[in-house]
Ligand binder design. Structure first.
Ligand SMILES: [Zn+2]
Length: 150
């Protein structure tokens, strides 16, 4: 890693910290030539599968879209950054378990529903009503019953 001050390639790591979610590592470094101290951040880069939409179009995976639909589904008072991040991390790791270079939007939807179901029934219903495209109050009610049973 080049020193931002003198451009030397030699630096010594003086401290290493792993972020809370384990997704990045922050290192403090000191340049061996000029003594300048700086930080570097290493981030894990993961390749997510492409998404096959209902229409058949294939689009690039976008975790922001999932984040936004979670925020939309969650109760305002429950919707803290930490909760959303935690849910998103679980959902993303499940999507990676699919181990394919393509995943359908239905599967992603099912994974999100599964994650919301036990902990956030209201968010589950909100998300399900969009995702499952309920056409009647009856369909909505029978889904509610399903949740109550589990
Ligand atoms: Zn330097």
């Amino acid at each position: 890693m080049q020193c931002p001050k003198c451009g030397s390639d030699d630096s010594r790591v003086t401290d290493t910290r792993v972020s809370m979610d384990g997704g990045s590592v922050r290192r403090r470094r000191a340049c061996l030539s000029c003594g300048y101290k700086f930080c570097t951040i290493e981030r894990i880069v993961v390749d997510f599968p492409c998404v096959i939409k209902r229409s058949g179009d294939i689009v690039e995976f976008d975790s922001d879209k999932i984040r936004h639909s979670l925020i939309r589904a969650m109760d305002k008072e429950l919707c803290t950054e930490d909760i959303i991040d935690g849910l998103l991390a679980k959902i993303l790791s499940k999507i990676l378990e699919v181990k394919s270079d393509r995943v359908s939007s239905q599967i992603i939807g099912a994974i999100i529903l599964e994650e919301l179901k036990s902990q956030y029934p209201v968010a589950y219903m909100r998300f399900a009503s969009v995702y499952k495209n309920f056409k009647s109050a009856g369909e909505f009610a029978s889904e509610c019953k399903l949740i109550e049973k589990t």
